[in-house]
Design a protein around this ligand. Structure first.
Ligand code: HEM
Ligand code: HEM
Length: 228
């Protein structure tokens, strides 16, 4: 047996920050009211995280790359038949990873154009898309969260199943990065330059999503105060 690096530090930080930020966005969204301001801030952070992960899926180290873990149906069949051997996400787990990323992205997209009746709080692009699209997106935002919560539940259940019944603890490698294996090589690649490029693209995406660059309409002229 030997210890190899499976998850590089950026992938691990991405995962645990995503857990905290999505948890916070869920709680603040359900609470509503003034918490929607923090809800949106967490949303912009999550935009940055997801975009970072997409770039890291090409520029990151071996097991973080989509090319390593996104496989065709043949691999999924082989995995189900117990014939898959490898490190990182297994071919079936990879599908749930993609589904989680896609659902979080949909939640973000709909949130950015959502509207709250109680406070008048809107996502930064609500005015750009108009009321019809905004209201449909708001309804979707309410629905997608339920699907996301179910998928997260399945995700955690699958990991608990692996630990309990397959005696394969997946959580420790997601914390320490390392795993004890008989066969397999440590992850390679995903150096400092790749990290800086991915962080810059992610920061630009979070900034873009925040909508602070959208020109605000000029304030209406102040009503003239009568002289008497
Ligand atoms: C909001 C909740 C969560 C979301 C959105 C989420 C999302 C994800 C995503 C996208 C990945 C793929 C990581 C990557 O390749 O970058 C992943 C993997 C993983 N997650 Fe989560 N996760 C959540 C909660 C949790 C929790 C609570 C645990 C701890 C029990 C956990 C443990 C893991 C582990 C161990 C992996 C690696 C699985 C493997 O080895 O294939 N996740 N998660
Ligand atoms: C993954 C990230 C997000 C999650 C998990 C999330 C979750 C939620 C939840 C649970 C609610 C309450 C829904 C309900 O009352 O049934 C909500 C409402 C809302 N969210 Fe998000 N949200 C996310 C991202 C965003 C973003 C990026 C924005 C915009 C900047 C946003 C804007 C809103 C608004 C305006 C509401 C109020 C909608 C209404 O009152 O009908 N959300 N969100």
């Amino acid at each position: 047996m030997k210890k190899v690096l499976v998850w590089d530090l950026p992938t691990r930080l991405f995962h645990w920050l995503l857990v905290v930020a999505v948890g916070g966005a869920w709680l603040s969204g359900e609470t509503g009211g003034n918490w929607l301001v923090w809800h949106a801030r967490l949303g912009f952070l999550i935009v940055g995280l997801i975009v970072f992960r997409l770039v890291w899926g090409f520029a990151g180290s071996t097991y973080a790359r989509f090319a390593t873990f996104v496989r065709g149906p043949a691999s999924i069949k082989a995995y189900l038949a117990g014939q898959w051997q490898g490190l990182g996400h297994n071919p079936l787990g990879a599908l749930s990873v993609l589904a989680l990323l896609a659902l979080v992205a949909l939640q973000l997209g709909s949130g950015l154009v959502a509207f709250n009746d109680d406070t008048g709080f809107t996502g930064p692009f609500y005015d750009l898309v108009g009321k019809v699209i905004g209201d449909t997106a708001t309804r979707l935002h309410h629905k997608i969260i339920d699907v996301l919560l179910i998928l997260v539940g399945l995700h955690v259940a699958a990991i608990a199943f692996y630990t309990r019944f397959k005696k394969d603890n997946l959580v420790i490698p997601m914390i320490t990065g390392r795993k004890e294996v008989r066969q397999g090589e440590s992850a390679r690649g995903g150096g400092l330059v790749a990290l800086i490029v991915a962080l810059l693209i992610a920061a630009a995406a979070a900034y873009g999503a925040s909508g602070v660059w959208i020109e605000k309409p000029p304030a209406p002229p102040a009503a003239e105060t009568p002289s008497w």
